[in-house]
Design a protein around this ligand. Structure first.
Ligand SMILES: C[S@@+](CC[C@H](N)C(=O)[O-])C[C@H]1O[C@@H](n2cnc3c(N)ncnc32)[C@H](O)[C@@H]1O
Length: 229
């Protein structure tokens, strides 16, 4: 269990979303993930909730969320965020917080209508095996969906450069898979694949959305979804 990986960056993790590049990439990733995630019932497991960036959305959608994260510092920020949200928004369901390594708690999971994860499986060893196990914890009709930074893209090159400049970056521990690799994972049913982030990280944010619309080249972010029959 690598508790410490995200702990030191938890305090400034959300500042990425306030940068121009972070804001526009968040916009396109969020649009894709939120349009693909269709949970047929209320019980949702979120893996790698981090600072609660997507937990807030899941809670506002009315889901009963169980949020797992290996980093206590990241989860503490998520707890603060959700406490602030629930004091302002009526009728939200309480989040069940589970501080742990998803690979170590697979046999303790319940069954869920939806399993949701954004930008976390890059840091999970043997993701195909873990996803196979998670698929068994879906109710009939349930939806398992993950979003991942894609390999062989301008964004994977960008993160490789980040690591060259700062070898202690969390991205030194990330494994980035291509769309085809993710689609080939044997999870139980064929994957539905969504793609986004066609603009490169060095673009002016004003141009990013126009480039995104053209959908040319390899995507920088892939969302994969498996629905249980
Ligand atoms: C890049 S952050 C993404 C956080 C959030 N999903 C978001 O989109 O802002 C990755 C998160 O996954 C968590 N994580 C990594 N490996 C994990 C594991 N094996 N079990 C549970 N959480 C894990 C990290 O602690 C971190 O909070």
């Amino acid at each position: 269990m690598n508790e410490a990986l995200f702990d030191p960056i938890a305090a400034h993790y959300d500042s990425w979303y306030s940068t121009e590049l972070g804001s526009v990439s968040d916009q396109v990733e969020r649009h894709l993930a939120q349009s693909m995630f269709k949970s047929p019932g209320p019980q949702v497991l979120e893996i790698g909730c981090g600072t609660g960036h997507y937990t807030s959305w899941l809670v506002q959608e009315g889901y009963e969320v169980t949020a797992v994260d290996i980093s206590g510092e990241m989860m503490a920020r998520a707890q603060q965020k959700i406490a602030a949200l629930t004091s302002n928004v009526m009728n939200t369901k309480p989040v069940r917080w589970w501080h742990g390594d998803i690979t170590e708690i697979l046999d303790q999971l319940a069954t869920y209508d939806g399993i949701f994860s954004m930008t976390a499986f890059e840091f999970v060893p043997e993701p195909e095996k873990v996803l196979q196990e998670l698929f068994k914890h879906l109710k009939p009709g349930g939806c398992l969906m993950i979003g991942l930074i894609a390999g062989e893209s301008s964004w994977s090159e960008y993160y490789a450069e980040v690591v060259r400049n700062k070898p202690t970056s969390v991205f030194a521990r990330a494994a980035l898979y291509t769309k085809d690799e993710i689609a080939s994972w044997q999870i139980g049913v064929p994957a539905e694949i969504g793609e986004c982030l066609f603009f490169p990280p060095n673009v002016q944010s004003a141009e990013a959305l126009a480039i995104e619309e053209k959908r040319q080249g390899n995507p920088g972010f892939v969302v994969a979804k498996w629905v249980k029959g």
